[in-house]
Design a protein around this ligand. Structure first.
Ligand SMILES: NC(=O)c1ccc[n+]([C@@H]2O[C@H](COP(=O)([O-])OP(=O)(O)OC[C@H]3O[C@@H](n4cnc5c(N)ncnc54)[C@H](O)[C@@H]3O)[C@@H](O)[C@H]2O)c1
Length: 255
């Protein structure tokens, strides 16, 4: 893809299923990648995978719900590679203690709601506040967030998750509207069901068959499907795309 070679990309939540695929893809396209993740062992392994393959990457532990931690991640990008051109804000708290308790509006413990918003939404705002000034210093760049089909679906469970992803969609439109003329592009990818470790370990075969029937495809999603869209949105090939939420879901949503 055009315009990714020698760019600096920060991937927040860069060591899970989708984050790993995106970190690797951006490195393959020629970016220097800062792999930030709460799981520092996993982040280190992803950075090693990239450098072993001849790419450029460094790992850092980050908790995107913590402003200082996010600022340190971006400072590392500046100190190591001289600036930031691309932010991929991808992290979400999908743990049993948070997403696992995201039941419904009447029953949910408010601390599970608060934690979901603190990571999935406020965390993405913190990443924006840390990376955007650096992107502006470079004369522009791209922010690509990970939303979800859950923001559009209307589901009887996981209301906090859907609220957090709807908030990301609003944040995307705001950043594009405020800074678009300064050569800043903000977009989100909204994945459908992607077979990362989480869904693979908790979803039954029957559920997956049902989910597949809800698509217009012969297969469910793979992390590389999302990575390809992130790379495209970050690249110059996506230069005239701004403020959009792109569904990558095998045609499930027809938005
Ligand atoms: N897999 C799917 O079907 C699917 C569908 C729609 C949207 N998504 C979204 O895609 C993104 C990635 O999901 P995934 O399936 O790869 O899950 P994953 O659990 O494999 O990856 C999430 C990553 O975020 C990290 N993380 C969690 N909390 C963090 C924090 N506070 N600070 C920094 N990092 C943190 C985790 O350590 C993990 O590496 C998420 O935003 C998720 O909501 C996934």
């Amino acid at each position: 893809m055009r315009g990714l070679k020698d760019k600096v990309a920060v991937v927040a939540g860069g060591a899970g299923g989708i984050g790993t695929a995106t970190s690797v893809r951006l490195a393959q396209e020629g970016c220097s990648v800062v792999v930030g993740d709460l799981n520092d062992d996993a982040a280190t392994a992803v950075a090693k995978q990239i450098t072993d393959a001849g790419g450029t990457a460094v790992a850092v532990r980050v908790d995107i719900s913590d402003e200082r931690s996010v600022n340190e991640m971006v400072a590392l990008a500046v100190a190591t590679y001289g600036g930031v051109d691309i932010l991929h804000a991808n992290a979400a708290d999908l743990s049993a203690g948070t997403l696992g308790r995201d039941s419904n509006a009447l029953d949910i413990d408010l601390d599970a709601f608060d934690r979901t918003l603190a990571v999935n939404l406020r965390g993405h705002l913190l990443c924006t506040r840390a990376a955007l000034p650096e992107i502006l210093k470079r004369g522009g760049g791209a922010l690509v967030y990970t939303s979800s089909g859950a923001a559009f679906m209307g589901e009887p469970e996981r209301p906090s998750y859907a609220v957090s992803k709807s908030g990301i969609n609003a944040l995307v439109r705001h950043v594009a509207s405020k800074w678009g003329r300064k050569h800043v592009r903000a977009n989100a990818v909204a994945p459908g069901l992607v077979l990362t470790e989480g869904p693979r370990s908790v979803l039954s075969e029957d559920f997956m068959k049902l989910a597949l029937r809800g698509t217009r495809s012969w297969r469910l999603g793979e992390p590389e499907d999302i990575a390809a869209m992130v790379a495209f949105l970050a690249s110059s090939d996506g230069e005239w795309i701004n403020g959009q939420i792109l569904s990558v879901d095998g045609g499930a949503s027809l938005r």
